[in-house]
Write a protein that binds this ligand. Structure first.
Ligand code: KIV
Length: 271
C-alpha cells in the first residue's frame, strides 16, 4: 500500500453501515506492531488485541493470568502499526467483573495508554453495570457471549455453548441486553450456527462469530491459529490459511545449517 493513499478509517459507525448493507466484517487478532501492520495493510476491518495473548504470546493454559499492563503493552504496539482498522482491546480477567468503577478505570487506562478505539468484555446481564459505566465515558464497548474463556473454571470445558434451549434463551436475552445498553457489536463464540443466525437477525448491531457458523455479520479468528503457527489447536471451526509452523521450522533449520557450514555470511553479506 502506498504511504500517500488516503485511508478511510474503520469506525464503529462504518461497522454499523456494513451490517446495514450486508457487507461481511473481517476481524483478526494481533498482539504486536509488525503483525498488526501487515494485516492492516491487507485491509482487515477490525483488529482485536485479544486476551488470547495469554495463550499464544505468553504460553499460559488459560486467558486468566494476563494483566491489564500486559494488555496495554500489546495494544499500544498494535496501534502503532495500524492506520485503517478499528482496534479493539480485551479487558482482561479481574479488571471489570463485579466492580463497575474498576471497569471504568481499566477501560480509561486502555484508551489513554494504547491509542485503541474500543474495549471488549465477556458476559451479559452480570456485567451490565460495568458496561453502562464504561459507555458513560464515551468508550465504545464490544460484548462477548457464548463460550467466554475467562469463565473456563465455571464451565469446566471449552465445548460448544448454548446447545440446550434454556441456555440458548438466556444467550438471546443477554444479546438483547448488550444491544440495549449501547454495545456497538458483539462476538459470539462457539455456539450453534442456527442460534447465532437468530441473534444476528434479532440485533441491529453487528454480530461477529467465531465457531458460530456463516449467519453472523462477520468472522473473527486468532491470527496464530489461522496462520498455522499454533499446531496443537484444531477445532472444527478453524480454517488454516497457512502452515507457518512448518515454514519457520524450515527457514530456521536452513539458517542453522548455513551458520554451521560457514556458508553464512558470505562475501556480499559483510562490510
Ligand atoms: O481473546 C480473543 O482472541 C478473543 C477472540 C477469540 C474473539 O476473544
Amino acid at each position: 500500500m502506498s504511504v500517500n493513499k488516503i485511508v478511510r478509517k474503520v469506525t464503529t459507525h462504518v461497522l454499523q453501515e456494513m451490517k446495514l448493507h450486508g457487507d461481511k466484517i473481517a476481524m483478526l487478532t494481533a498482539y504486536d506492531f509488525s503483525m498488526a501492520r501487515i494485516i492492516d495493510e491487507a485491509e482487515i476491518d477490525v483488529i482485536l488485541v485479544g486476551d488470547s495473548a495469554s495463550n499464544v504470546m505468553a504460553g499460559y493454559d488459560t486467558t486468566l493470568p494476563i494483566t491489564l499492563d500486559n494488555m496495554i503493552y500489546h495494544a499500544a504496539s498494535v496501534s502503532r502499526g495500524v492506520r485503517r482498522a478499528l482496534v479493539v482491546v480485551d479487558l482482561p480477567f479481574g479488571t471489570y467483573q463485579g466492580n463497575s468503577r474498576e471497569a471504568l478505570a481499566s477501560a480509561i487506562k486502555i484508551m489513554k495508554e494504547t491509542g485503541a478505539s474500543a474495549v471488549k468484555l465477556e458476559g451479559g446481564q452480570q456485567v451490565a453495570e460495568s458496561i453502562e459505566r464504561i459507555l458513560s465515558a464515551g468508550i465504545p464497548v464490544m460484548g462477548h457471549l457464548g463460550l467466554t474463556p475467562q469463565s473456563i473454571h465455571k464451565f469446566g470445558t471449552y465445548v460448544v455453548r448454548a446447545r440446550e434451549e434454556d441456555e440458548a434463551r438466556r444467550l438471546l436475552e443477554d444479546a438483547r441486553i448488550l444491544e440495549k445498553l449501547g454495545c456497538f457489536a458483539i462476538v459470539l463464540e462457539k455456539i450453534p450456527a442456527k442460534l447465532a443466525e437468530e441473534v444476528t437477525g434479532t440485533l441491529k448491531i453487528p454480530v461477529i462469530g467465531i465457531g458460530a457458523g456463516p449467519g453472523t455479520d462477520g468472522q473473527v479468528l486468532v491470527i496464530h491459529d489461522m496462520l498455522g503457527i499454533n499446531q496443537e489447536f484444531s477445532p472444527r471451526f478453524l480454517r488454516r490459511y497457512h502452515n507457518l509452523h512448518d515454514e519457520i521450522l524450515k527457514a530456521v533449520g536452513q539458517y542453522i545449517s548455513d551458520v554451521r557450514s560457514k556458508d553464512f555470511p558470505n562475501e556480499k553479506e559483510q562490510y
